[in-house]
Write a protein that binds this ligand. Sequence first.
Ligand code: PMP
Length: 385
Amino acid sequence: MYFDYAATTPPNPEVLKTFEAVNRDFWANPQALHRPGARAAALLEQARLQVLTLLGAKKEHRCVFTSGATESNNTALLGAARANAARGKHVITSAVEHASVREVFRFLESEGWELTTLPVNARGAVEPEVLTAALRPDTTLVSLMHVNNEIGSINDVDQLGRVIKTKSSALFHVDAAQSVGKIPLALDGGPVDLLSFSAHKFFGLKGSGALVLKNRINLPPLLRGGGQEEGLRSGTTDPANAAALAKALRLAVEGHDEAFARALTFKERIVAAFRDIPNTELNGTLDGASPFIINFSIADIRPETVLQALAEQEIYISTVSACSTQTATQSAVVRALTGDLERARTSIRISLSALTTADEVDALIQTIGPLIEASRFTRGKGVSS
Ligand code: PMP
């Protein structure tokens, strides 16, 4: 029983079929001038248009295929910061961003940019007033995630973006790795300049993602070479990966309403069950958050103990974030949310998807309470013991 879908999802068999078929029938280099190349290029462009259409981004944006959200975040942030360095070197992000955003800003800081890291409110979201106060005439880039990967909090991207656009000329980047295909966000007519995501978060393939950016934005690339993807990402393009991503996105968007509603009922049941377990606290909220991500702190027990005991029952959840370093022992996100080190050291994440079944949720609920009580009894107190 897998409850770690925020880390990754299994590829949809339909997506695998598309990947195989395109690799078999359209394997020519899309840059080549011969007919097979032109056919591969046409398929690539079809996939690109489909992605933009599904994201409501067809009019004002273009799409660059990448290896995933990490690459998209790096391309967007390093590129936007460098492209605008002459105008100003002040950049803004939040305290709960993924490492692939956080670490890029740390690097920019070491290169002479001035970074403001915004706190989050009790829901785990950035307050528009806090953002307003941080914006300056020399702010050139703001990066705020749509859905948080550890606690599921949702930023009001449209509202925050409007603040940025009325108060500054900064570019607005959104890490949407946990929302694309799950929580809608229409891009055309909105304030988002750059948007990153990975296909493997919605039943697509790992090593596949995209950066969607406004047409007028030009960035220096991370990868230089043959100038593919309008010079933004050199390297032979892969129509099979692009078609697989477009297919995964279409299936996710089509099934989105049903998956959302089902996940919400499951989340409600899981949160209600935890209310009956003493000394556990929900990190984040039930309402106004992603129904696919649930995070709890369990006082006095190491999260690994809970993980291992659940794993013995073949129930798989995660601590901190699967994307963080193996050595991380506390959640920076839960710490930023609660200001409580103990809660940050004892948090677990349960994440759901369209594949989660009622039977699995029943099994989790029946198992986890007694298991936590038993762990408390046998292990005694103290997470550091
Ligand atoms: N941003 C967020 C919010 C994520 O959850 C993840 C994946 N955990 C990433 C970025 C990075 O995605 P990838 O590892 O596919 O590059």
